[in-house]
Design a protein around this ligand. Structure first.
Ligand SMILES: C[S@@+](CC[C@H](N)C(=O)[O-])C[C@H]1O[C@@H](n2cnc3c(N)ncnc32)[C@H](O)[C@@H]1O
Length: 244
């Protein structure tokens, strides 16, 4: 009998092993996670996150679940617009860094809760919107996480995902490949003292499904009116869908 495997970067491992290894990656990098994002992307991740939150268009009083919310970058942006945001992540070390960084004036709008995206403890039809930024490719069972996103949304609720994808500009794509696979792990070694963690993070981008394939997966989870907006030729993409 063949054992089910999933990708951990370029390696195929058991689902349990992926969950364990991803947990270890984010435990190790939690303290340097935010500074590494600036180093790796030259600050671009801030612009992508701003664009993502523009698309979400949170309204005052809305209840939003920011899944795989890590150290809170997306949640802070949405809470600044008056939304009540539950920041959930499987990793307590990432949430702990987020709590430390949270602006005091947003405290009443933020709740922090450890959760596995695949098996949420929230009741059904609870949130107006669900966001997940640079998180879904780290989840072991992606279809299960998408089904859970659909379950916890109210009817009329919105789903948004920001994730790295495949750049489709030919020359730029080759340069980006070389930069991410060869340079980023070295930056990880210097800044976060962890080359292996950043090797995984860049390899996992290559193993993530292409935009249209991922869009189909969102549809299979039950979402309607799915769409995808590529940014920088598909380097990153914003996927969205509705629970109708
Ligand atoms: C690259 S970080 C993204 C953090 C944040 N959303 C951001 O944009 O900066 C990925 C996060 O996914 C979380 N994660 C991985 N697997 C998860 C799962 N099954 N359920 C919830 N969070 C998960 C990790 O712990 C990590 O905090």
């Amino acid at each position: 009998m063949t054992e089910t495997t999933v990708s951990y970067g370029f390696q195929d491992v058991t689902p349990e092993e992926k969950t364990r290894r991803v947990g270890s990656v984010f435990e190790r990098v939690a303290r340097r996670y935010d500074i590494m994002n600036d180093f790796m992307s030259g600050g671009l991740h801030r612009i992508w996150k701003d664009e993502f939150v523009e698309k979400v268009a949170p309204r005052p009083g809305e209840r939003i679940l920011d899944m795989a919310g890590g150290t809170g970058d997306i949640a802070f942006r949405m809470a600044r617009r008056g939304a009540h945001v539950t920041v959930s992540d499987i990793n307590p070390h990432m949430l702990e860094e987020g709590r430390k960084r949270a602006p005091a004036k947003l405290a009443d709008l933020l709740a922090w809760q450890e959760e596995n995206a695949e098996t949420l403890s929230f009741s059904s039809a609870r949130f107006d919107a669900y966001t997940i930024a640079f998180g879904i490719r780290n989840v072991t069972d992606i279809p299960a996480a998408l089904r859970e996103a659909h379950r916890v949304l109210k009817f009329g609720g919105r789903f948004y995902c920001l994730e790295f994808s495949r750049m489709e500009w030919p020359v730029a794509a080759d340069l980006y490949d070389a930069y991410s696979l060869k340079v980023v792990p070295k930056i990880g070694k210097i800044v976060a003292q962890d080359e292996e963690a950043y090797q995984y993070l860049v390899e996992s981008i290559r193993r993530f499904p292409p935009m249209e394939e991922f869009r189909a997966m969102i549809g299979e989870a039950g979402f309607a009116r799915t769409s995808v907006r590529p940014i920088l030729g598909g380097l990153v993409a914003i996927h969205s869908g509705w629970k109708l």
